[in-house]
Design a protein around this ligand. Structure first.
Ligand SMILES: Cc1cc2nc3c(=O)[nH]c(=O)nc-3n(C[C@H](O)[C@H](O)[C@H](O)COP(=O)(O)O)c2cc1C
Length: 377
């Protein structure tokens, strides 16, 4: 049987170099099945009894298809191709008996694929991998960075859903060392402590926020208010692994340039002047609307000499952080859309630093829903 989870035959380092080149993908090829063919019959996810981790709601809020065509999910995905597959290793304290299950997001059902492995911890461990063919079908040689970014988004979606359900002690692993799974989220069962205080839940999205999340269709004009831009950057910085990625926002008039969070994290500051958005639009597969986006959050790093683990980690983390940043943006009333296809986007070199050190890895285009917002200068 063909294994669509494997890294590209030429290796990820070569695949990323090619994805960053100006070469255009060829015509579309078949995307294959939209869901992994898990063995065994599908079964519904039971309602959770008291004190049990509610897997039905967890998956509904994070990964379940949410429109009748079955294509749209609470997570965004490049080209809406949704390549991420999820296996659940269920321990004690959950609404399913212990065991290993494959998740079908279209039917919102699970397939029992095996008994629990020795040492399975209580709660659920979600292991995320990809069926590359889905994304390759449209993006061709540009697919691999997108597959990793998509996995990062899905990881963040699971984490947010878990937190909404009251699980604060989740463990996320995206170290980039393994190809399968690419990311793991461990969610413990409820610990029976008293409900969280309003202060503890102030920054959390609601279940409705998670289900309503959509990427705003382009164009996204309008400079975001300073506070909202600061909050989006702060979310990304917090979620990004320190040192792995750097974050900034490109803004347009009246003071075009790049902004970043000041070291103490409470203020925004300009650190480069000049209009960057048209160049970003050219680098982002020539998406012209990008040049008029109100602001563009940028994740940068992943140098040319990065090895496979570094490439995986940087892209997984960028997708994870941009997902959380998108929720922050939407909660601040902004329009927001992730943008993940980048060619020749050597931002460091464009700013006069050494080439090959500071590539754009992922981005979130931001705008206001009303054209006459205040400006962040
Ligand atoms: C990794 C990634 C890359 C994306 N790149 C682009 C892009 O280059 N241009 C664009 O318009 N949308 C892009 N999107 C947004 C997707 O098109 C969008 O998520 C998808 O159509 C599903 O719609 P939804 O987010 O509203 O659910 C990207 C999304 C992800 C997760």
């Amino acid at each position: 049987m063909e294994d669509h989870r494997e890294d590209p035959p030429t290796g990820l380092v070569a695949a990323l170099a090619r994805a960053r080149s100006p070469e255009r993908p060829g015509p579309d090829t078949p995307a294959g099945a939209t869901v992994r063919a898990w063995a065994g019959p599908p079964r519904p996810i039971p309602e959770a009894g008291p004190g049990r981790l509610d897997l039905r709601t967890l998956l509904r809020l994070s990964l379940a298809a949410s429109d009748p065509s079955g294509r749209l999910r609470p997570t965004p995905s490049a080209g809406a191709l949704h390549p991420v597959d999820t296996e659940l290793v269920v321990g004690t304290g959950c609404s399913l008996p212990p065991g290993r299950y494959g998740y079908d997001p279209l039917c919102h059902r699970v397939h029992h694929v095996g008994p629990p492995v020795d040492g399975t911890p209580p709660g659920v461990t979600a292991a995320l991998s990809v069926t590359a063919q889905r994304t390759v079908s449209h993006y061709g040689h540009r697919a691999w960075p997108l597959l990793l970014l998509d996995t990062g988004h899905a990881t963040a979606a699971l984490l947010l859903a878990a937190r909404v359900l009251g699980a604060d002690q989740c463990d996320v692993r995206m170290d980039g060392r393994a190809e399968n799974p690419l990311a793991v989220v461990r969610i413990p069962p409820p610990d029976g402590r008293s409900p969280r205080s309003p202060a503890e839940t102030a920054d959390l999205p609601t279940p409705a926020d998670l289900l309503a999340r959509r990427s705003t269709p382009p164009p996204l004009p309008g400079l975001p208010p300073r506070d909202a831009l600061r909050a989006v950057l702060a979310t990304a910085e917090r979620a990004g692994e320190g040192g792995l990625l750097r974050w900034c926002a490109a803004v347009g008039p009246p003071r075009p340039g790049l902004m970043e969070l000041a070291p103490e994290g409470t203020a925004l500051r300009h650190y480069a002047s000049g209009e960057a958005r048209p160049t970003l639009a050219a680098w982002a597969a020539g998406q012209a609307w990008f040049a008029d986006a109100g602001a563009v959050l940028l994740a940068r790093g992943c140098p040319t000499d990065a090895d496979t683990a570094h490439i995986r980690r940087a892209h997984l983390r960028a997708g994870f952080a941009v997902h959380l940043a998108q929720l922050t943006a939407l909660r601040h009333g902004l329009a927001a859309r992730p943008v993940g296809s980048w060619q020749q986007a050597d931002l460091g070199a464009a700013l006069g630093a050494a080439p090959g050190r500071d590539w754009v890895v992922h981005a979130l285009a931001l705008g206001t829903r009303h054209a006459d917002e205040e400006n962040p200068t």
